[in-house]
Design a protein around this ligand. Structure first.
Ligand SMILES: C[S@@+](CC[C@H](N)C(=O)[O-])C[C@H]1O[C@@H](n2cnc3c(N)ncnc32)[C@H](O)[C@@H]1O
Length: 327
């Protein structure tokens, strides 16, 4: 099978290189570099397979099925444009598309991700339905909050309604600017279904349960893989994974993975020398946790009206179906 992918200019090599150099000058690895190469995509898939609740808990998959069913019903069977932001391996998108195609309405499908390898993975996963879909796969970086209105509208008729699917993204982005960006991709009548990694209780009671999911050999291989691909050797870094409180009331907190440099060194990135001293640290990864109680407030602040939510039994993941608020 041959597929055609479009690469948005936000993912052109020069932009990507500049983002990386800019990030490292600020001692921060931009999140997409954890997924960017085929090797990192494979490390993430292995970690995800071993630890992410969706692949380990059939009940959670069932929750996704219910959520897609409600979302598709709420859209009342118009021609559907299903847009997946940060599609990853496309497993959840396949669940949605199966249901949508069964309903018989024509479906447009726009998978988007910064990783070429993962957009391809998604297309391979939905291959059985490709004949019934019009697809517009896009390799794009959301960090620059690109204007995608023309891309999204290209195959739509005025009757099309968009369902945005956004799973696993919210924890790893600045949600205060990303949620309004999601909203900007919606028109009146469109819906978004998004997942959040939840804190099953306030910080103090939940942290001991959540931390091991991010501090394990698969996760470490994924974090350090991104650093070694920049030229750092494993013995030059010490990686630690720590929790960090974001709101004193314990409703919002983060897990942060930080690499501490063990000896002074120089990285050479596209001709630029970045000097790192012993003891300096690089922020490699973060994952934000929200309590179920705080989520409606977080969504409302970003102009999203919560229509329906689903919590998995462990209260570690939630799904949120939202419309665009009018103001
Ligand atoms: C945790 S994974 C979730 C994948 C999939 N939606 C799922 O739930 O299985 C996050 C995805 O977002 C993508 N991503 C991360 N940062 C991105 C960015 N700045 N722009 C576009 N995609 C990004 C990654 O490549 C990865 O596929």
């Amino acid at each position: 099978m041959a597929v055609t992918l479009t690469v948005h200019d936000s993912q052109y090599p020069q932009r990507v290189s500049e983002q990386l150099r800019h990030g490292l000058r600020a001692r921060r690895l931009p999140g997409k570099f954890l997924y960017d190469s085929p090797a990192q995509a494979q490390r993430w898939l292995a970690y995800h397979q071993a630890y992410a609740p969706s692949r380990t808990a059939a009940a959670l998959l069932d929750l996704y099925q219910q959520a897609f069913q409600t979302a598709l019903r709420a859209l009342a069977s118009p021609p559907l444009h299903y847009v997946s932001l940060g599609c990853g391996g496309g497993m959840k998108d396949a669940l949605c598309l199966t249901q949508a195609i069964q309903q018989g309405a024509p479906v447009l499908f726009t998978p988007m991700d910064a990783s070429v390898a993962l957009v391809l993975e998604t297309l391979l996963r939905v291959q059985p339905w490709l004949a019934d879909l019009t697809t517009a796969p896009l390799v794009v970086d959301f960090d620059s909050r690109p204007d995608l209105s023309a891309w999204l509208a290209q195959h739509e008729t005025p009757r099309h309604r968009r369902l945005l699917g956004c799973f696993g993204m919210l924890p790893n982005v600045d949600y205060r600017s990303f949620l309004p960006y999601l909203r900007s991709l919606m028109r009146p009548g469109d819906l978004v279904l998004l997942s959040a990694n939840l804190s099953p209780g306030l910080y103090a009671e939940a942290v001991g349960r959540i931390l091991p999911q991010y501090d394990n050999p698969y996760a470490h291989a994924w974090y350090t893989g991104a650093l070694t691909s920049l030229g750092l050797a494993l013995e030059q870094i010490h990686l630690s994974v720590q929790p960090h409180l974001l709101r004193p009331d314990g409703h919002l907190w983060q897990i942060q993975a930080v690499a501490v440099i063990q000896q002074a060194l120089q990285l050479v990135l596209d001709g630029e020398h970045v000097a790192l001293s012993a003891g300096e640290s690089i922020d490699v990864f973060f994952s934000t946790r929200f309590t179920p109680e705080v989520m409606p407030e977080v969504l409302a602040e970003s102009g999203l009206t919560l229509l329906h939510s689903w919590l998995c039994a462990t209260h570690e993941e939630g799904l949120y179906l939202c419309a665009r608020s009018s103001v």
